[in-house]
Write a protein that binds this ligand. Sequence first.
Ligand SMILES: Cc1cc2nc3c(=O)[nH]c(=O)nc-3n(C[C@H](O)[C@H](O)[C@H](O)COP(=O)(O)OP(=O)(O)OC[C@H]3O[C@@H](n4cnc5c(N)ncnc54)[C@H](O)[C@@H]3O)c2cc1C
Length: 444
Amino acid sequence: MPAPFSAPSAARIGPGFREAPLWHTGVVLPDAVREPTAVPGDADVLVVGGGYCGVVAAAELARRGRRVVLVEADALGTGASTRNGGMVIPELKHGPRHLTRRYGPIGGELVEAVFDAFALVERLVEEWSIDCDYERTGGLLLAHHEAQVPGLIEELREWRDDLGEEARFLSRDELHTEIGTDEYHGGLLVERTGGLQPAKYHAGLVRRALESGVDLHERTRATSIERRAGGGFHVVTTRGSVDAGEVFVATNAYADGLVPGLRERVVPIGSFIIATEPLDPDLARACIPHRRMVYDAKNFLFYWRLSPDGRMVFGGRTSLAATTVASAREVLYRELLRVHPQLTGVALEYAWGGDVAITMDRLPHCGRTAIPGGGSVAFATGCNGTGVALASWFGFRAAAWLSGEEPPPAFAQLAFPKVPLHAWRERYLPAVGWWFRARDRVGR
Ligand SMILES: Cc1cc2nc3c(=O)[nH]c(=O)nc-3n(C[C@H](O)[C@H](O)[C@H](O)COP(=O)(O)OP(=O)(O)OC[C@H]3O[C@@H](n4cnc5c(N)ncnc54)[C@H](O)[C@@H]3O)c2cc1C
């Protein structure tokens, strides 16, 4: 039979190429979570979603003596938590000045939260002995257009003068000490940024949850939640039902119809990553000499780094139209070589994608949200592509909040706007993407 037609790949594809996350290779979760069993009939808390947020919340609730059941629709970590770039960045999509101007004292609390979140990841890695190749590398934000340089200088003032952070601006000429490319017009170097291996970090959190006594159920989807007349909730899953005193929903970009109010407030947008074969150490140093986490300031940003085993890992996307990993891989490879022509001839060994949760105000949210039939459940969502630290932190804070020890985080006080015409988003998103691309061309 003739082979089906497929366009030849312009990317150099290595013989062992896999359309799967690099990070999954060699990371195995304990057997205790690999045996799908029926869920128990009752629990103090039912957690929905097995990414960083759900797993940390469950571990911390169990540590406080709660009987916790966690259900994950697919394999644990299947969502964004084992597919991301592994960049631990203390940032929201808006800077501190914008947040305090817009939200007053709450804005200040949001800024504190991101620094707390960053510190939490470093603390969990240390105290829970998580072997995840964590390194405080520093991060480099790059201006791809001259028009962005004043914005970076303004951001420097916020980081250095307002927050007392170790940060500096690098002119176009100075950039060469940090990155092997001529493509950028300046950069902001922030020392408080790190890198980790996302799946190893997630596996460490899962181990901790098991040790704390969490009852983890993979491949178990929660399909409905109802408030019970006598208090608490009745949750139906694909492996039985659970009566739970409290429910915490941690589904981020992967929200299904379980809690319609969450799905209507979050737009899942695919982000894609390619990883090369391991680089010759001199070549790796020629690209990113100090192993910084690197990202540019575009709306359709690219982000890149060296993996712990010396590969170039390069992510992003260039439109909001539906796409496949194979076509995203071609675009990313072309862009990688434009930024780092010294990598010409290097083969790709991995390509994959995952969904980030975009909200209308580009901020994460938490609190309680209504469920069909009355009542409300607790949730945290909307990490807008920077959730390694924040999703872990939301889980950590949710445990204290749902145990009655602390109020919910300040994010709970923000209005959480719906996405207009959510059901039709796939029709209009390509046009929105076109608009952002046009803005990127002029550095807006
Ligand atoms: C390609 C990519 C690159 C990224 N890079 C970075 C980065 O470098 N730095 C950074 O800070 N952030 C990054 N992010 C974002 C970050 O990965 C996420 O914000 C974070 O992992 C979210 O964690 P979470 O636990 O909230 O959600 P997830 O890890 O997405 O977990 C949600 C889970 O809920 C499950 N679920 C959904 N519905 C149900 C149901 N009804 N029943 C049971 N389970 C259900 C899903 O299967 C999913 O596993 C990136 C994301 C992507 C996709």
